[in-house]
Design a protein around this ligand. Sequence first.
Ligand code: RIB
Ligand code: CA
Length: 322
Amino acid sequence: MPRPIIIDTDPGIDDALAIMLAAASPEVEVIGITAVAGNVGLEKTAPNAAALADLLRLECPVGRGAAGPLWRRDTKPAWDVHGEDGFGGYALPVSGRELEAALPLMARLIEESPEPVTVVAIGPLTNVAGLITHYPEAARKVERFVIMGGGTLDRLGNMTPAAEFNIYYDPDAAAVLFDFAAQQAADGRAHAPVTMVGLNVTERALVGLQHLPDLVASGGPAAKMITHMMGNYHSEPSADGMAQHDSVALAAVLDPAIIETGHHHVDVENTGRLTSGMTVVDFAGYSGLKPNCDVALAVDLPRFRDLLNTRLSALDARLKEA
Ligand code: RIB
Ligand code: CA
């Protein structure tokens, strides 16, 4: 039985690969995609999410979420990494889908699903915070929140020395999620645990086209888009490729053994002059608070690269036939 997932996203080049990976994988069923402002503005992330759903023949609803952070007013899009359109200049046909309001959509999908829903949040957490605040009963029914965000002391930030983009963009929203998970842990409820896949892991998840030979050979619609985007994606570029941050979070849902995790208490600094957006992982238990998060500590890079190559090439073959 595939695991139902909602993908909350700010597409975004690495978001696009993660959504393709989900569409290509039998372990999950994408029951909804909700767009949030982040890499680029909502006026781009929402139509990008809809256009991707069309390309991937996903029949799930697409939601339009938050156009900016809860309170922070000094964050900017990541045009330098994803381009101003969010796909590095790759133009998909404009979707004709009607987008729904993201929060009631998320709540409805969670309440109506016959199986518990996993929320995979690969952008700023503004929509997730909205779900927790305005639909707390639905939020408590979430099987797990798997987020790409934050980091640990060996790699904390890519926006400041202390903060990763998704958390930095809306630290107050991230604090809502980790406070919610801390409350569930304190109440002894197993509900709504969080898996945090941070930079300490994702910056090691370097992928280049040399690691996707079967996809490149396939040459179909997914291959064309990914080849173009990989040439225009500027996140931690090196000879070994670029950091595929969001796909690691998605891969952890498909194949949990692809990452190693530790169970720790995590909170978010959202008022620091220099550290706003820092995820504070309490490895030593100083807080005395119960662990509220499974923190990704390592990734099996060959296994991750092979999963991407295998699944994306199979997806491409399917799209070519459609
Ligand atoms: O820091 C990396 C994260 O920020 C990824 O989700 C990327 O898409 C950007 O949103
Ligand atoms: Ca993202």
